[in-house]
Design a protein around this ligand. Sequence first.
Ligand code: FMN
Length: 218
Amino acid sequence: MNKKLAGSALMQNPPLVKEILQAVVAAVNVPVTLKIRTGWEPEHKNGVQIAQIAENCGIASLAVHGRTRQCMYRGNAEYDTIKAIKQNVSIPVVANGDIDSPEKARFVLEYTGADALMIGRGAQGRPWIFREIQHYLETGNKLAPIEVAEQRQVMLEHLTKLYDLYGEYKGIRFARKHMGWYLDQEAQRQFRADFNRLETTAEQYSLVECYFDELVQN
Ligand SMILES: Cc1cc2nc3c(=O)[nH]c(=O)nc-3n(C[C@H](O)[C@H](O)[C@H](O)COP(=O)(O)O)c2cc1C
């Protein structure tokens, strides 16, 4: 995408951003949302300018990843630019980048004043993070860690959905990635090695079942 000056690289060309956003908004009858980074490189953080263009073009809400394009995933996301964007537009702003705990979620919401949060990697292998955050924001207390029985149920359901969606060949490969995120501790290394060697969805499914059966027995 970036090689074609699309995605976040487009931020180098505000007039083109404007042209594209106007065309998209005019072409459809549904709300159009946009996601941007803070700029294309740390010396050129024009997120506020792009956000204002987006608002003027009729974009309905704006998600902002607190890194520049050049930063890729390096370093830490910064929230000052997201805060500045929030202060300079009136459309809803969604803060994104490195939110991986209820405490971080509350900090980012409060620091930026954003209307909502977007979470990517923090939810990989931990899809219950959303309810953990919601509970913490609502009560100020941390939810008890997810029970083993529920984790088992979530993972098996996830496997079934991956297999339904992607079929046998691709399903196996996506499952390896996701199970690796769920069970990413040192103590789970053997499980990952065993799981990654399996070549059928049925074997994968039953290894996860066995893993949890053993966990409950011990
Ligand atoms: C597997 C994966 C796929 C992604 N795909 C996209 C994408 O298609 N478009 C996009 O703007 N960002 C994409 N991102 C970036 C995320 O939306 C997000 O901005 C980034 O991961 C930072 O948030 P996080 O720290 O919560 O992961 C993707 C991220 C991941 C991990």
